[in-house]
Design a protein around this ligand. Structure first.
Ligand code: CTP
Length: 414
């Protein structure tokens, strides 16, 4: 039986790129159709190497489009109509090559022609080898696509078919479906910084990602934060109409649409960027700021020598959340939200942290290695405030971001 969800009755043009993850789109099509989505599929030539048009077509229940110069296809449905007869274009898996061609505005096959001709929203679910994902060219293309308004789903971190480990893995089917559902939910909301929307006219500052603290010109201290949660929060707030400044440490996350992003590396740079961005109505400190930095980082690369192993003397970094929370009245944002990353006694430590940092809400989560939160896509959080504690179920980081943004909107509307 078909469930009634925000996806029910929606039309998706699924563009299948040529990567090993292409076979996973068969399951994706099935799940989307279970939710009442009308799926039409288009495959690149390279995708044929990984999945057959016959399998795709038996699952969509439709003809599969592949060739730009197919006269029968053109007579039945021209490529322009194909690209517009959908509520959303979903590129999955989005390969490095396909994204590069999208950035360049190429139209040298049916997939890129449809993507260039469309007037509908586009989301991409990338999948590629970790080195390809991390390559500067791909990172440039991702930033450009995000700036062009393309929505990103993943990629995940993990083991890959090529035997390497890291970011670049195709997102799991339920996560892709959740992101598409969120898109349809959010697209009924007004755009970022617009005059309408529950957070219209509010400026919200968000910190996200890790900080890197230099040891010498080539080495640094860091942590495992991916920036996924903070970036998702910035995107959700923008979709509710807020003007959002995101102060971000080094991450591979694409810039969320409609958000002003300030890139920094160290905790001291993060504090300076936050101070520049103030005043704000609200602040959400989701960054995993390094508590310590090397007291005196070396000007030249440290070399091995007869003196043995160097001793690193550390000194404490400024606490951005506590600094903002304790600004004098009139300068302090009305709502200050912190995060508490704990590996044990989550509630006990978070309760103490709420009091110590003097913020209004504290979102506590378990980041022990067993939880899989650091770098993963799921999160289980508890929202603490002076009035009590709200325990949220395990949710995707996108869903945590949506809920938190709505809670912020409720705060400002009462
Ligand atoms: N935070 C910050 N500046 C710092 C350290 C932390 O703004 N120098 C913020 C984080 O963004 C987060 C909150 O403070 O919102 C708590 O961070 P967490 O790392 O959990 O706490 P710590 O301050 O490091 O405390 P502890 O060492 O006791 O875990």
């Amino acid at each position: 039986m078909t469930e009634l969800t925000p996806l029910h009755g929606k039309r998706i043009l699924l563009i299948i790129g040529g990567g090993i993850a292409a076979y996973k789109t068969l399951e994706l099509i099935r799940r989307l159709r279970d939710k009442g989505v009308h799926v039409r599929a288009l495959m690149t030539k390279a995708a044929h190497e990984f999945v057959t048009p016959l399998s795709v077509s038996s699952l969509t229940g439709e003809k599969v489009y592949t060739d730009l110069f197919d006269l029968t296809d053109e007579a039945e449905m021209g490529h322009i109509q194909l690209s517009r007869d959908a509520d959303l274009l979903l590129v999955a898996p989005a390969t490095a090559d396909l994204m590069a061609r999208m950035v360049a505005g190429m139209a040298n096959d049916l997939a890129t022609t449809a993507l260039l001709a469309t007037d509908k929203p586009v989301m991409v679910a990338p999948a590629m080898n970790v080195r390809m994902w991390e390559h500067k060219a791909t990172q440039r293309n991702i930033a450009q696509l995000a700036q062009d308004g393309v929505g990103f789903i993943g990629p995940d971190d993990g083991d890959m078919a090529c035997g390497e480990f890291g970011p670049g893995r195709f997102s799991e089917t339920p996560d892709i479906i959740a992101a598409v559902e969120n898109h349809f939910r959010a697209s009924s909301e007004p755009l970022s910084g617009s005059l309408a929307g529950p957070l219209a006219g509010r400026h919200i500052l968000v910190t996200s990602g890790p900080t890197h603290e230099p040891i010498d010109p080539v080495r640094y201290l860091a942590n495992r934060s991916s920036g996924k949660q903070g970036h998702a929060i910035a995107g959700s707030l923008a979709r509710l109409g807020a003007q959002v400044t995101l102060v971000a440490g080094p991450t591979t996350q694409p810039n969320p649409a409609g958000v002003t992003v300030v890139q920094i590396e160290t905790a001291r740079e993060m504090l300076a960027a936050c101070q520049t961005a103030l005043p704000a109505d609200g602040v959400i400190c989701a960054a995993a700021v390094a508590d310590w930095r090397v007291a005196q980082d070396a000007e030249q690369k440290m070399k091995k020598g007869p003196d043995g192993v160097p001793a690193l003397a550390l000194t404490e970094n400024p606490d951005i959340l506590a600094t903002i929370s304790q600004l004098p009245k009139g300068k302090r944002p009305a709502l200050v939200v912190g995060f508490a990353a704990e590996t044990e006694k989550v509630i006990e430590h978070a309760t103490a942290k709420l009091a110590r940092k003097k913020c209004d809400w504290l979102v506590a989560n378990d980041v022990s290695p067993a939880s899989g939160v650091m770098g993963g896509d799921m999160n289980t959080v508890h929202v603490l405030s002076a009035t009590g504690r709200d325990d949220w179920p395990q949710l995707s980081k996108t869903e945590v971001a949506e809920r938190l943004a709505r809670k912020v909107a409720d705060y400002f509307s009462t």
